[in-house]
Write a protein that binds this ligand. Structure first.
Ligand SMILES: [Zn+2]
Length: 190
């Protein structure tokens, strides 16, 4: 049962609907999770008072603002702009993430994406591919973006990626060829 929906606005202007679900299985603590891009579900103990719930909604808002602040520090503008462009052009803007940045500590992987936990929505791209052709870098970004929709390499994952980014198979071939020629192990499916 959803008994109420709160609308909150983060400091960066994102409007989020928080729907409250009273849950008899919860004894003391409440839990929240993303439902869609702009909506959160907060599950609360069944008899929790409205005033307390309101306080928890405020707490979610301050957590989101804090995460935004961390994300801004960790985002690289060029990658962010490219990811926004790819999201809009190939995925109808359906994907959300929190931060995307270059990292130098990836040896075999080209990118990674966290789903859930304190680093939820953080995408990292290996700076070893920084000088690769743009369309291959785009593939790696698109690959990590699609992990926001499908965490594992399921058939749905590959279908979404292939339907969205048209050069997917060509880019995978490029990566395999590169890795073969260099005699190095590179995993394109992380
Ligand atoms: Zn992957």
């Amino acid at each position: 049962m959803t008994d109420r929906i709160y609308s909150i606005e983060t400091r960066r202007g994102q409007i989020i609907q928080v729907s409250i679900k009273r849950d008899r299985r919860l004894k003391k603590s409440s839990r929240w999770q993303w439902q869609e891009k702009d909506s959160i579900q907060l599950r609360v103990p069944y008899y929790l008072r409205q005033r307390v719930i309101k306080g928890q909604v405020d707490e979610i808002l301050s957590q989101l603002d804090k995460q935004d602040k961390v994300a801004r520090r960790r985002t690289d503008t060029d990658l962010q702009q490219r990811a926004e462009y790819l999201n809009k052009r190939f995925f109808n803007g359906s994907i959300n993430w929190r931060a995307i940045r270059w990292v130098s500590n990836m040896e075999v992987r080209l990118g990674s994406c966290s789903n859930g936990g304190t680093t939820d929505g953080h995408i990292r791209i290996s700076d070893k591919i920084r000088n690769w052709p743009q369309w291959v870098v785009d593939y790696v970004i698109a690959h990590e973006l699609v992990h926001r929709l499908h965490a594992n390499h399921s058939q749905k994952f590959w279908k979404t990626l292939q339907d969205g980014y048209p050069l997917t198979e060509r880019a995978r071939g490029f990566i395999r060829g590169f890795s073969f020629a260099q005699g190095v192990q590179i995993e394109d499916d992380d």
